[in-house]
Write a protein that binds this ligand. Sequence first.
Ligand SMILES: [Zn+2]
Length: 284
Amino acid sequence: MHFAICCLLLLCPLSGISPEAFGAARPQPVFSIDRDTLRQGEFLVATVSGSASGPGLRFNGKRYPMFRQGDGGYRALVPVENLTEPGRYEIVAGDGDRAQRIPVTVVSNNLPVQKIWLDEKTNSLKATEEEKKQVRQALRTLSGEQRWNGAFDYPSKGRKSSPFGVKRSYNGAPVSSYHKGIDIAVPQGTPVLAPADGKIVLTGYEANRFHVHGNTVIIDHGQGLQTIYLHLHAIDVETGDTVKKGEAIGTVGSTGISTGPHLHWGTYLYGTSVDPELFVRKEY
Ligand SMILES: [Zn+2]
């Protein structure tokens, strides 16, 4: 269909005349963000209306494709990585040859730094190449359909034994990582439920070289949003399965590097970890 229209235009004697020549200027797209100040580990909602082509935006050196919404506009949930230096930044939103610059301020989440001292033996327990590669790849999924609807439920209800974002320094070195999710302390065998609709994009097993993550499931919720479940005892789903909110995907365990039964629940936007509870508190 698109091809046929192009051919018609080429054959048409008026094809060299742009719509502007008739006074019908291209509509100016309107970009907006839901807030201009946010903490490390949070995300902002960027929307655009009146854009005919797929707009995109850049923030802090990374490009974020935007996804088409039911109202005809486009949207991106743009993560602010937990170790982003506080300060002033710019979102550069573009639609073809036009760009708009929107200032954004990142402030510290003031989370404490946990100083961890590891002996040589524990320090050598690093994630295998296989688990790192498979997890990274699954967390880069960019599927156009928004599968989730409404606020998320907790995948397991229990005491939060470790919050999101606590910064970590190993053996006296500068902060190099942080807790990329929340830990929920619940007994082994407790069901883990999908917090929202989605599609399984990874199942990884401790027996299959997932030595650090342990038995792992990743759900793609669409439009750059994924959730991850670590240290599971059993896994009840397979890659490619679609799951509904509330459906069991496995049970809580202590596989991989874990000091006792708990669920590690992480949430990622475009491969960057954000606080999962943001999706429980509010609907996006
Ligand atoms: Zn954890």
